[in-house]
Design a protein around this ligand. Structure first.
Ligand SMILES: [Zn+2]
Length: 237
């Protein structure tokens, strides 16, 4: 029995190693997923900034057109004013009034145009910054993907190694009932089916083991399990 239990302990060690490696392998892609999400977010931001840029340029060209229309009108009225064709003072005064109001409007459009240009410049700076950030993040994503691919293949190598070792150990466990018990316990007991005990306390559940159980455990002739947590016990001096 002792030898079989030793093998079972060895098997449990290997199984725990496999579980750990499998867990690491499962968790590795989450890092890449996080970076990929950041890249997507930057792409979305850039896209909306470019949309804003398009709208601003459209507004800008409309304002420029407005400005040139106003300038043309002023020019035309000024030609009328100074052309000498109109001699009526009242009419000339009226014309000057029209020119003045156009000039006021023109000044307003010019101010708006300046504001728009500032906005365009600010937006362009943001686009440059976003493009730079995106480029760096994409590079980082590529590196992380490569790193993870190589990490995964290293982990798979380790897992293969452990499975080979596991096969060797299984060959030496001929008690199929014991093995089945181990497997079902391992599932239910968080990977700890067999535990080493060196006193009357069960290290799995901290039960103070009855003296007849400790006696059987020390003798090592039959399979002894904890009456509380059902784990397989192995005596260690
Ligand atoms: Zn126990």
């Amino acid at each position: 029995m002792i030898e079989q239990l030793e093998m079972l302990l060895e098997l449990q060690k290997i199984d725990s190693n496999i579980d750990e490696e499998e867990k690491e392998k499962r968790e590795l892609p989450t890092k890449v997923e996080k970076i990929a999400k950041e890249v997507k977010e930057l792409q979305n931001q850039l896209e909306s900034r470019k949309k804003i840029s398009k709208e601003l340029l459209l507004k800008l060209s409309r304002k420029e057109l407005d400005l040139s229309e106003k300038s043309n009108k002023i020019k035309k009225h000024q030609e009328d004013l100074y052309g000498g064709k109109i001699s009526d003072i009242k009419e000339l005064k009226q014309l000057q009034g029209v020119i003045n109001s156009y000039q006021e409007e023109k000044k307003m459009v010019e101010d708006e145009l300046l504001e728009l240009m500032e906005e365009v410049e600010k937006n362009n700076k943001l686009i440059d910054q976003l493009e730079e950030d995106l480029k760096r993040r994409e590079e980082y994503l590529g590196e992380a993907q490569q790193e993870i691919t190589s990490s995964i293949s290293k982990i798979e190598e380790k897992i293969n190694f452990y499975y080979n070792k596991r096969g060797e150990i299984l060959k030496q466990i001929n008690d199929s009932h014991l093995l089945a018990e181990y497997k079902s316990l391992r599932r239910g007991k968080n990977g700890k089916a067999v535990i080493e005990v060196n006193s009357s306390i069960c290290t799995g559940c901290y039960l103070d083991l009855p003296s007849d159980i400790v006696y059987q455990l020390k003798k090592g002739e039959i399979l002894v399990t904890c009456p509380n947590c059902s784990r397989i016990l192995v005596w260690r001096e």
